[in-house]
Design a protein around this ligand. Structure first.
Ligand code: GDP
Ligand code: IMO
Ligand code: MG
Length: 427
């Protein structure tokens, strides 16, 4: 059975939650492998509408084991709130597992995220203020606290005292902020520890067992390739690896066992937060896409910046991730447009560039070169077969496949699970 990594191919919010929910109907295990509650994954199915930040989007499948992998940073308060919300809607959460190696987001990480962003002034990254960057900094600086540590009260208190002393120096002396109290954090986190203890375990063995017995495993990405700290628009990026390589690292599934990499692309582009986005539309077409698509952040409610599909970005993303197929989401949002543009290359200082530049200053100078296609100006949201799409819509899909060099497996024509066209098999 395949292991399918579902990867955000642009700047996040591509519709990974919807795609994972759809594929999870057939899956035995669904593992989140990166990010934290900076993610906001929308799922609309027969149970209702959910905005999941940390629980894997496979939780609605009655049989899938859902794992929060070692590569995720967990805010236990946010997780407990999310579990309450899901349980209230009658969903069984006993199939949740949390890697004992996953790091904790601590209250001082949230404070540091705020003061660091403020200190960046005009160069603020536009983070989600969920403490994600500071939590990953502590992980690589080897002073993070992990989920497994919550299960050992004495060791947890010792680590916490030492770290809180350090963080208070930074908070008070560098940023002039208020200090935090180790005792108060201990009391709060000890309660989360008690509540989450039944879910915390070693998860690589569980995954290995699933693979040995031929189970279907999904690796659920968060964020998107252009937010990757190595390949994204650094420093305007996140702090863990949303790419296919990160799926192995953040789950403990070896690279050679990942058999499919599904790239989730919006049928146009959006970005929330700061940093370059060459095809951004700062005109009425951009406003129209934002309003028609209700493009406001799932986690922060911020308006998303909207623009045309960028195949320079998409080819780069394909190169980094090795997609076996694409899921093109939000196709229906383009239904009313008379003309649809596709960016095929950039012009920088009069020269043609078709490789995504690393340098922010260069990216800011990139002027997109567009190809224009006629719109289809008809509703696609009730169409379920590729052959039934208007011919201009089919041409748009086929042109993207050609320019990106990757087949479209799925075309999503609405937010709910069934509003999906399977053009070719994901498996
Ligand atoms: P994620 O972070 O990648 O899971 O994406 P988000 O949930 O943050 O944002 C995607 C938004 O698009 C959500 O509001 C989804 O309900 C919605 N969505 C997903 N696919 C489609 C689609 O094909 N059409 C429409 N209209 N909405 C979609
Ligand atoms: P999903 O999984 C879109 C962006 C933030 C900011 C940058 C850094 O829903 O696709 P961070 O809080 O991670 O330090 O913020 O990354 N960002 C996202 N943008 N979707 C997301 O997740 C995002 N997670 C982080 O807006 O620009
Ligand atoms: Mg999102």
């Amino acid at each position: 059975m395949p292991v399918i990594a579902v990867i955000g191919a642009q700047w996040g919010d591509e519709g990974k939650g919807k795609v994972v929910d759809l594929l999870a109907e057939r899956a035995d295990v669904v593992t989140r492998f990166s990010g934290g509650d900076n993610a906001g994954h929308t799922v609309i199915n027969s149970f209702g509408e959910f905005k999941l930040h940390i629980v894997p989007s496979g939780i609605f499948s009655p049989r899938a084991i859902c794992i929060i992998g070692n590569g995720v940073v967990v805010n236990p308060k946010a997780l407990c709130q999310e579990l309450d919300m899901i349980k209230q809607k009658g969903i069984d959460v006993s199939r949740l597992r949390i890697s004992d190696r996953a790091h904790l987001v601590m209250p001082y990480h949230l404070l540091l995220d705020d003061v660091e962003e403020k200190s960046r002034g005009e160069k603020a990254i536009g983070t989600t203020h969920k403490g994600i960057g500071p939590a990953f900094v502590d992980k690589v600086a080897r002073c993070g606290i992990r989920m497994g540590d919550l299960l050992n009260a004495q060791a947890f208190m010792e680590q916490l005292r030492f770290l809180v002393d350090q963080k208070n120096l930074i908070l008070t002396r560098i940023y002039g902020a208020d200090p935090v109290s180790a005792e108060r954090i201990y009391d709060e986190y000890a309660e989360y520890g008690k509540r989450l203890a039944p879910y915390i375990c070693e998860t690589t063995e569980l995954l290995d067992e699933a693979l040995k017995t031929g189970k279907l495993v999904l690796l659920e990405g968060a964020q998107g390739t252009l937010l990757d700290p190595d390949f994204g628009t650094y420093p305007y990026c996140t702090s863990s690896s949303p790419i296919a390589g990160g799926a192995s690292l953040g789950s403990g599934i070896s690279l050679n066992r990942i058999t499919r990499v599904l790239g989730v692309f919006k049928s146009y582009c959006t970005r929330v937060g700061s940093g370059p986005m060459p095809t951004e539309l700062k005109d009425s077409t951009g406003d129209l896409i934002r309003e028609r698509g209700r493009e406001y952040g799932t986690t922060t409610g911020r308006p998303r910046r909207c623009g045309w599909f960028d195949t320079v970005v998409a080819r780069f993303s394909h190169r980094i991730n090795g997609f076996t197929g694409m899921a093109l989401t939000r196709f229906d949002i383009l239904d009313t447009l008379p003309v649809i543009k596709i960016c095929t290359s950039y012009k920088v200082d009069g020269k043609t560039v078709d490789n995504f530049p690393a340098c922010i200053a260069t990216l800011e100078k990139c002027e997109p070169v567009y190809e224009e296609l006629p719109g289809w100006q008809a509703s696609t949201s009730n169409i379920r077969q590729f052959k039934d799409l208007p011919s201009a819509a089919k041409k748009y899909v086929e042109r993207l496949e050609k320019l990106v060099g990757c087949p479209a497996n799925l075309i999503c024509v609405g937010p709910s699970r069934e509003q999906t066209i399977e053009k070719s098999s994901v498996l």
